[in-house]
Design a binder for this molecule. Structure first.
Ligand SMILES: O=C(CO)[C@@H](O)[C@H](O)COP(=O)(O)O
Ligand SMILES: [Fe+2]
Length: 214
């Protein structure tokens, strides 16, 4: 299992220190939760945060874009140094085109599903994506409880991937800790985002635990 620490739970006044800690501890990538105050009731980072972090780490930068009308942000995040851009299915009426636009900017494209959005809404776009992110909480805030019903959704997506001969990565986000990581791993997730668990203690120890090294 690859772990993507979410800087939403890091110290906003000292992001570079949090990033250095998880990079030294062996994180796979950095997860950057962008919230626009409309799609979700919270405000966080923008492209300038990505631009500022880019020279401070060699980890891939994954942007989880919780914003309405994601097309307006694609060029800005691509130009800032984003490696993987994840857009919500629920945030655009033009998902197919949005994913094409991300790829045209030479950024890996991913799609995110809220807990209440069915998998079959992705039937047509799965061949276009590098990654599918299954929300295991309702988006907007860190530190929420994992929704156990999402485990079956991850398993169903893994089954679809095999049946269709596709090779996108499956990621989970929300409520991931040492108690919940086992179920999502068994269900077929490849990457797990973790914020409050990683930054709520010693990041190196907690990362090792999630990766099954401790
Ligand atoms: O996208 C989100 C929340 O909307 C997440 O990436 C959170 O940052 C995960 O936080 P934890 O549940 O791990 O505390
Ligand atoms: Fe996220």
């Amino acid at each position: 299992m690859k772990i993507a620490p979410s800087i939403l739970s890091a110290d906003f006044a000292d992001l570079a220190t949090g990033v250095a800690a998880v990079e030294a501890a062996g994180a796979d990538r950095l997860h950057i939760d962008v919230m626009d105050g409309h799609f979700v009731p919270n405000l966080t980072f923008g492209p300038d945060t990505v631009r500022a972090l880019r020279p401070r780490t060699s980890l891939p930068l994954e942007v989880h874009l919780m914003a309405d009308d994601p097309d307006r942000w694609i060029a800005g995040f691509a130009d800032a140094g984003t490696d993987i851009l994840l857009v919500h299915q629920e945030a655009t009426a033009h998902l197919y085109g949005t994913l094409q636009t991300i790829a045209a900017h030479h950024v890996q494209a991913g799609v995110v599903l809220n807990p209440g959005t069915p998998l079959n809404t992705l039937d047509e776009v799965l061949p276009l994506v590098d990654q599918v992110l299954i929300m295991t909480v309702n988006p907007g805030f860190g530190g929420q409880h994992f929704l156990p019903a999402m485990t079956a959704k991850v398993a169903a997506l893994a089954k679809t991937r095999t049946a269709r001969g596709l090779n996108f990565a499956i990621e989970v986000d929300g409520g991931i800790n040492d108690q919940t990581i086992g179920d999502v791993t068994a269900a077929g997730a490849d990457i797990a985002v973790a914020g409050s668990y990683i930054f709520g203690g010693d990041p190196a120890q907690r990362l090792a635990k999630l990766e099954g090294r401790a």
